[in-house]
Design a protein around this ligand. Structure first.
Ligand code: 5GP
Length: 140
């Protein structure tokens, strides 16, 4: 399957639509999911085009996972999380909706179930405050 540069995360990378950014370097961007399955739900993506795990370059995958680890550590502090769920979907049959590789990094608390995917849209004010909290935790 070919990479389609019209996908929403490619638009975020090109600055065509906004995102609540948490981390950016030469190879990786991390930002908040606007329909979070739990507070602080982050997405980590490579800057280079990749549809998913099946076609991503190994170096980009390694860079994405290294950032995912740092985001998870920051979420433990910023959201007083008790655990972290990491998920990653590949192709329609694998649950993928946006066809630019992304790793979900989701703060968890004991006894709190994840919301169903795409079931809740967070407000811009809350997302902006959460992104700032995560950026601060990454600086610590
Ligand atoms: P997938 O099912 O492809 O693994 O997950 C796609 C994710 O992208 C979903 O969790 C969804 O909430 C999120 N998403 C969809 N559109 C946007 C958007 O415009 N901005 C952000 N930040 N996240 C989005």
């Amino acid at each position: 399957m070919a990479y389609d540069p019209a996908n929403i995360f490619a638009k975020i990378l090109r600055g065509e639509i906004p995102a609540y950014k948490i981390h950016e370097d030469d190879h990786v961007l991390a930002f908040l999911d606007i329909m979070p399955r739990a507070a602080g739900h982050a997405l980590v993506i490579p800057k280079a085009p990749a549809r998913n795990l099946l076609d991503v370059a190994q170096g980009d995958l390694s860079a994405v996972m290294a950032v995912a680890q740092r985001i998870a550590q920051a979420q433990m502090k910023a959201f007083a999380a008790e655990g972290i769920t990491v998920t990653q979907h590949n192709e329609k049959a694998g649950g993928q909706e946006v066809f630019h590789l992304h790793v979900h990094v989701i703060p968890r608390h004991v006894g709190v179930e994840l919301r169903a995917p795409l079931s809740y849209k967070e407000t811009p004010e809350v997302l902006a405050a959460q992104a700032e909290k995560l950026r601060a935790a990454l600086r610590d």
